[in-house]
Structure formats: C-alpha cells, structure tokens
Design a protein around this ligand. Structure first.
Ligand SMILES: [Fe+2]
Ligand SMILES: [Fe+2]
Length: 227
C-alpha cells in the first residue's frame, strides 16, 4: 500500500458543499460511469502538451499523470452531479488538462510551489481566445491555485470544479514510489483512493506501462472507465 489517506473534512468548509462534514455511504461508483470515448478526444492535446518536450515535464508530470487525473475527476464529477451539484465539465476537463503545464522544470527554484501561478500566466491568453470570458477566467484561476493550500484559495475560485481538480490531483500522489499519506477533505476522494492505487500500480510501476492505451485499459480493469 503506497497510498494512505487522512481525512480532514474541515478543509472542505470553504468549497460550498452542502454537507461537507459527512462521510458518504459506500459510493456505488458503477452508477456514475465515464466511458473511454469521453477521454479519447483529449488524447492528442494531452500528449502534445506533456510528451512533446520531455525535457520540460518530468516523469511525475507527464501525460499519464494528466490522463489519470482526468479519469478520477470525471468520475467524481458524475458522482457530484448525481448528488444534485452542477459541475461544468468543460471547465473541469480543461482545468485538469492545463493544470501542470508549467510543472517542475519551469518552476522558480526560490518558490517550488509556483508552477500553478506560472501556468496561469501562460494559459491565460490561449483560454481567452477559446472559451467564454467566464469559463476562461475559471480555468485560468483553477490552474493558478491548484497547488496552493486550500485555505489560501480565494472564495470565488473555491468552486466544485476546483475542489474536484484538487481531489483528483491529490490521488496521484501515490505515483511518487514511496509511501504517501494523502490529505483528503472530501470523503469521495478517500473512497476513490483504492481505485487510484490500482490504476497507478498497473501503469506507473509497470515497465512502459504509462501510456494512453495502457492507462485506459487499466482504468477499464479497475472499473474507472467503461467501454
Ligand atoms: Fe501541479
Ligand atoms: Fe498535477
């Protein structure tokens, strides 16, 4: 077991969840399906951004990390939608795809948590031309704040999409090849951790396993995707 979770529901208090202190019932994840066809259209853009210049993205922030994060995020989104929340999946999807665009190798060494801020500056002009002003702002701000402490996130950024991005991204800490305790602040992320662990074990830890095809196959095995 490389992923251990510690549940801190108080951290969710600013994320506008109606009842963020509850422990969810065991979630029947199979009732909230995400299909392979829904992630396939993003393959090219994810690989272009994260694999074209390998020297710019280390192996912890490659296309595999982004695809797995997108799978967890869409699955969590379907669950929240099933609970009556409105999730803008376009904003969520593009926030996930772009969130680490300026990861590690771009970071200011004086401020190792700076890649979100640098990423936001970088993506802002692109998203402005591709999305409505409101969606462009939300995507940019999600990138900007994704790796800052939850209590530092401005209230207008602390949306359900931002919460899901962070929850999904945190489940990926298991890829670091050492035992990690993930602080989860929604119970849904705690319940998804075993699935994330399985997906990571079958992709990151297997020789040449961290490809789009292998990840979608492993996600089908784990029940995170359906055909
Ligand atoms: Fe990041
Ligand atoms: Fe990330």
């Amino acid at each position: 077991m490389l992923i251990k979770t510690e549940y801190h529901p108080e951290l969710a208090s600013q994320f506008h969840l109606q009842d963020n202190h509850r422990r969810a019932e065991r979630i029947p994840w199979e009732n909230y399906p995400v299909s392979v066809e829904e992630v396939l259209p993003y393959r090219d853009v994810i690989e272009k951004i994260y694999d074209t210049f390998p020297s710019e993205h280390d192996s912890d922030h490659d296309s595999g990390h982004i695809l797995r994060t997108l799978i967890y995020a869409l699955k969590l989104s379907r669950y929240y939608e099933g609970q009556g929340y409105e999730v803008d999946e376009e904003v969520l999807t593009w926030s996930v795809i772009l969130h680490d665009i300026k990861s590690n190798h771009h970071e200011d060494r004086e401020d190792p948590d700076n890649h979100g801020f640098m990423g936001a500056v970088y993506v802002e002009p692109f998203v402005k031309s591709g999305f409505t002003p409101d969606k462009a702002r939300q995507i940019t701000e999600n990138v900007r704040w994704h790796n800052k402490p939850p209590n530092a996130v401005p209230a207008e950024v602390a949306t359900i999409e931002h919460l899901i991005l962070r929850a999904a991204d945190s489940l990926e800490l298991g890829r670091m090849k050492e035992e990690r305790t993930i602080i989860v602040f929604v119970d849904e992320a705690r319940q998804m951790a075993p699935f994330a662990e399985q997906l990571i074990a079958q992709t990151v830890y297997q020789f040449q396993g961290n490809t789009f095809d292998n990840i979608t196959r492993a996600a089908l095995d784990a029940g995170l995707l359906v055909a």
